[in-house]
Ligand binder design. Structure first.
Ligand code: F6R
Length: 609
């Protein structure tokens, strides 16, 4: 949610800032702006609309001199997208320019307080309050003004600050919203995501909550909230620039769909050794697993849909009660947990506000927590008792694809690990399950090689008004994700229903020509699905069936067209069935002319509630 970048060095700042913002645009894209110290003061240029509008105004940055600056790409929370609400926000006297990611929850109270003291506000944003507070507290020492300001603000923030009185410094501070410092040779950076600095440096420091960084051209100093100096150990980022570029693909989403086989390989193969699951670094003991009374799986969006599959896998393998919850509901429903509960938190970004709050609630109640995260060093990864990383590499497209696949793989690994530790599976069955898991990357490759079939199918249906996805058991869980993928990028109205539930209401939506995608990979429930397909066909639906090769002939008798995916164990089937449906969403959105990587109203990494 919103992208922040900051630069101090020998180069002209504006082009560097714009390049960084380009890599962060997936975090928000309704307006963008930069503030640069030009020699005579801080100059701000910002504009509503995509980053390209700002690039046009600045002639790729050339028009704005100066070597020190901050930039921002916005996903509006407070105040509509407009020039005046874009960041950087500037204090009344023009001393401070601020870029912000997060939400200042007590901004109205602070705004009224400052207004009563004669401060004039220009925008509707919560961010402006921070700029004004800094100027209000400033007595010649920016660090002290920051210290006082962060004592007053409540909520979440990652802030980049420049001050007209300190032309050779960039300041940064964060709480509950990510911010890193990139360390270069004679140049330093701040960014809300490492992808923004990868073309300059792979050496970074992650700021922890309420740590402050002061960047100068030749070095960076860090302080705690009381302005005590602290030492931070730099880390090397493994991702390279190519991972954050399209590499010849038309869109990041397509690139990421096709990266899935490799991402699965990286996520699975190091964790299976000598016929056993080996989860290095996990502190969860066999005794703790034996003592578990309940497992909760908590996440948002696509990651929640992974939890929906996980429920079936865990219940089947472990015979343990499992609850899967949407994080925004979980955190406020007063869930009952104790030290015998295991809470599995799933998040690609590791920063999602509701998911993070759910993790903290679980810890507060004494539950053990295990996070499945893609972004190394993210807040959720840092705070959970244990973390298992998905090795998917940076996911740039707003619509999640490779994160989903690799999260599923980690869920299978955890379920099989726990089954192995509890000896809940006969050795032959464990062996067969691990073999099936290891086969997934090749099977995914095979599945994706039939992309033309899906492309053709999308060409027939991209104009559909409504599309329904139905399935039972894990096929229903996959339907949830297929439906989300389609609606978020193609804007086609779509719903997922459990096939058995249709006749309890939703079937009234079916009319002549309505497209229903029936996922029927679960052999055990295949006949039931056939009955449900007959029900919708009898009411005029056109049905695309997704199944495995061995069931194709039977499915062909009931459906208008079919797509076959490789067979695997029941609980792993969503790893296959989702692939053609990701492609379907992608091609349908492309044919409709939608902005696939940056769908309207959305942004990657939702760091606000
Ligand atoms: C949809 C999508 C979102 C995210 C959700 C959670 O394609 O990407 O639904 O899955 O915002 O994000 P993370 O996994 O970063 O917590």
């Amino acid at each position: 949610m919103c992208g922040i970048v900051g630069y101090i060095g020998e180069e002209q700042a504006a082009p560097v800032l714009l390049e960084g913002l380009k890599r962060l645009e997936y975090r928000g894209y309704d307006s963008a702006g930069v503030a640069v110290y030009t020699g005579s003061g801080v100059q701000v240029v910002k504009s509503k609309g995509r980053l390209s509008v700002l690039e046009g105004i600045l002639h790729e940055g050339e028009d704005l001199p100066g070597r020190v600056g901050i930039g921002h790409t916005r996903w509006a929370t407070h105040g509509a997208p407009s020039d005046v609400n874009s960041h950087p926000q500037v204090s009344d006297g023009g001393l401070f320019a601020v870029v912000h990611n997060g939400i200042i929850e007590n901004y109205l109270e602070l705004k009224n307080h400052l207004k009563r003291r004669g401060v004039a506000f220009a925008s509707d944003t919560d961010t402006e309050v921070v700029a004004q507070l800094l100027e209000y507290y400033y007595q010649g020492d920016v660090l002290d003004a920051i210290r006082q300001a962060i004592q007053r603000v409540e909520g979440s923030y990652a802030l980049g600050v420049i001050c007209a009185h300190c032309p050779e410094k960039v300041f940064a501070v964060r709480k509950d919203s990510p911010l890193i410092v990139g360390l270069g040779q004679g140049e330093n950076f701040i960014a809300s995501d490492v992808t923004a600095v990868l073309s300059h440096t792979r050496t970074i420091c992650r700021l922890n909550d309420q740590e402050i960084a002061v960047l100068e051209q030749d070095g960076v100093r860090f302080y705690d909230r009381d302005l005590e100096p602290i030492e931070k150990t730099p880390e090397q980022v493994e991702w390279d620039v190519a991972a954050a570029e399209k590499s010849g693909y038309e869109h990041f989403m397509l690139k990421e769909i096709f990266e899935q086989p490799e991402a699965l390989r990286k996520t699975i193969s190091p964790r299976i050794r000598d016929g056993r699951v080996s989860l290095d670094g996990i502190s969860l003991t066999r005794e703790q697993i034996e003592g578990l009374s309940r497992v909760y799986i908590v996440a948002c969006g696509t990651s929640y849909h992974v939890g929906a599959v996980a429920k079936y896998a865990f219940e089947k393998l472990l015979r343990l009660p499992i609850e899967t919850d949407v994080a925004s509901e979980f955190r406020y429903r007063d869930p009952v947990m104790d030290e015998r509960s295991l809470v599995i938190i799933i998040s690609q970004s590791g920063e999602t506000a509701d998911t993070l709050a759910a993790l903290r609630e679980a810890k507060r109640q004494g539950a053990r927590t295990l996070a499945i995260v893609n972004v190394v060093g993210s807040t959720i990864a840092n705070e959970a008792d244990d973390v298992l990383y998905t090795w998917a590499g940076p996911e740039i497209a707003v619509a999640s694809t490779k994160a989903y696949s690799t999260q599923l793989a980690v869920v299978y690994l955890i379920a099989l690990y726990m089954a192995q530790e509890l000896e809940a599976l006969p050795p032959q069955e464990l062996k067969a399950s691990l073999k099936a898991l290891e086969a997934l990357p090749d099977q995914a490759e095979q599945c994706l090689s039939h992309k033309e079939t899906i492309q053709y199918f999308a060409s027939q249906y991209f104009n559909a008004k409504d599309i329904y996805f139905i399935g039972r058991n894990v096929d229903y869980a996959a339907s949830l994700e297929a439906s989300l993928k389609l609606k978020e990028i193609s804007y086609i109205h779509s719903e997922a229903y459990t096939a058995g539930e249709l006749k309890h209401g939703p079937i009234s939506l079916i009319e002549e020509g309505t497209l229903v995608v029936a996922i029927c990979t679960c052999r055990r429930l295949f006949d039931k699905m056939m009955s449900n397909i007959r029900e919708v066909k009898a009411r005029g639906a056109v049905v695309l069936g997704i199944t495995t090769e061995d069931l194709r002939e039977r499915l062909a008798q009931e459906t208008d067209c079919q797509f076959c995916v490789p067979a695997t164990l029941d609980f792993m089937l969503p790893s296959m069935s989702i692939l053609p449906l990701q492609l379907f969403a992608y091609y349908a959105a492309g044919m409709k002319g939608c902005d696939i990587d940056k769908p309207r109203n959305l942004a990657k990494s939702v760091t606000v509630e």
